[in-house]
Design a protein around this ligand. Structure first.
Ligand SMILES: Cc1ncc(COP(=O)(O)O)c(C=O)c1O
Length: 449
């Protein structure tokens, strides 16, 4: 009846797992935003090493020692059995969660920010720019940059900048410069503010600003916190650890559940497991991605070529998209307000290896509060979407009498999201309907490839 499964530092994986070695069909290429031809990552935006990782077919890519040393500040992270939640739900299901909230920045995002800062430094750059939604990614990059002596500039989606002042202060504590996006610091920001001074911002806009900034300086690269293959790759340390932890207690999951914004935390957890499904060893394994009803790219979007950002500076990817000009309603899961989705997740969904669901934020917060009141941890609003589905599946087990094993990707804590909890607890939280008209309008602007 152990509650935690712990690995020692010596047992921490020393390579990232690259799904591209095992995909039954290769990924579609990225395309250049101007020429529309297949492209690598646009130089000089990303370190060369990350461009190599983006397209690599090597199954395992070694994690450099310097990165492993920093990972050891919080890794390996615990795998927990949610006995108290199971009991409260009166379910025969066995619920496990892999908890990334123990990292100094409070989420999985440090697994890639440390790696991205390391490669930028190694290739002689001095500064990184990025966007952030909820502030989790920005704070992770701020710490990564600090550890390698790089400057960091963060364009923070305006609605989150105002909802989450403590995330900004956290980034500033690690030495980053933070501005609300759209901002006056870039051409695209100034253009959007002129058209709509009250624009709440979106990840697509903030990405355009950060990319424009990086393009404008020789000493600066751009860093993306999700979506791209190399980001998902860095997160696979999470799933590899979870697999080892479950092996230690002789368990294999029936269902894996995680939230998807750009897809990185969940991919990090499920990719080492989906390998077994692709190889036919675990045909019954179910993998469920959960997104907000207010920004439902996989469940309601088109599978189409689209830009990664509003201004059309980022490469074009074949993915589920709501249109790169779509500005999602200001739900509290800021990290899930992205118009597109990681091509790896979309590809696996198309091939039938992954299912998707969309949830409204009020039932999501109800699930989060139930989790907090049983397991103690106050989850971030993003993984709370996954908790909602885990609880639904556990209740289904109660009804059917099946004792399924469910693995939850618990990507971070919600200590900086208490304003959202306050709204929920005082009955002020609103649900947003699927913004059909706005999506239709945004989908009219897809690039012609
Ligand atoms: C705690 C947490 N989970 C999940 C996400 C969603 O991003 P991704 O889908 O890349 O994991 C975010 C994004 O900010 C986040 O902060």
């Amino acid at each position: 009846m152990e509650t935690k499964v712990i690995l020692t530092e010596k047992e921490m994986p020393t390579s990232w797992y690259n799904i591209q070695a095992d995909l039954p069909e290769p990924l579609p290429p990225l395309r250049h935003p101007a020429t529309k031809e297949p492209t690598r990552l646009p130089p000089p935006l990303f370190p060369r090493a990350l461009d190599e990782q983006e397209f690599s077919k090597e199954r395992y890519i070694e994690i450099p020692e310097e990165i492993q040393e920093i990972y050891k500040l919080w890794r390996p992270t615990p795998l927990m059995r949610a006995y108290r939640l199971e009991k409260a739900l009166n379910t025969p299901a066995k619920i496990y969660y892999k908890y990334e909230g123990v990292s100094p920045a409070g989420s999985h995002k440090l697994n890639t920010s440390v790696a991205q800062a390391y490669y930028a430094k190694k290739e002689g750059f001095k500064r990184l720019t990025t966007e952030t939604g909820a502030g989790q990614w920005g704070s992770a990059l701020a710490m990564g940059c600090r550890f390698f002596g790089l400057e960091c500039k963060v364009y923070m989606v305006k609605v989150s900048y105002h909802q989450k002042p403590y995330r900004r202060i956290m980034m500033e504590t690690w030495g980053a410069k933070v501005v609300p996006s759209p901002s006056e610091d870039t051409g695209i920001g100034r253009r959007i503010l002129k058209e709509d001074p009250d624009c709440p911002g979106s990840l697509g806009i903030a990405i355009s600003e950060a990319v424009e900034d990086a393009f404008s300086r020789d000493d600066t690269l751009y860093s993306l916190g999700s979506v791209l293959n190399h980001v998902l790759l860095h997160q696979t340390i999470v799933g590899q650890e979870a697999k080892k932890q479950l092996e230690k207690i002789g368990v294999y999951p029936d269902i894996i559940v995680g939230c998807i914004g750009g897809g990185s935390n969940f991919a990090g957890v499920f990719l080492p497991f989906v390998k077994d499904k692709i190889e036919g060893k675990k045909p019954g394994l179910r993998i469920i991605c959960v997104e907000p009803q207010a920004c439902p790219s996989v469940t309601r979007g088109l599978y189409a070529w689209d830009y990664g950002d509003v201004a059309g500076l980022a490469p074009i990817a074949l993915m589920y998209t709501l249109g790169h000009t779509f500005v999602p309603p200001p739900v509290h899961a800021g990290g899930l307000r992205y118009h597109g989705m990681a091509p790896i997740i979309c590809h696996l969904h198309r091939l039938g290896f992954v299912e998707a669901r969309a949830e409204y934020q009020i039932p999501v917060f109800r699930a989060a509060v139930e989790f907090a009141r049983t397991e103690g941890i106050i989850p971030a609003p993003e993984p709370a979407h996954a908790i909602k589905v885990v609880i639904d599946e556990a209740i289904r087990c109660r009804e059917s009498g099946e004792s399924k094993t469910i693995l939850l990707a618990l990507s971070g804590h919600g200590h900086f999201d208490l304003g959202a909890y306050d709204e929920y607890l005082s009955g002020r939280l609103e649900d947003y309907e699927y913004p059909e008209e706005k999506v239709k309008e945004a989908l009219a602007h897809l690039p012609k490839v």
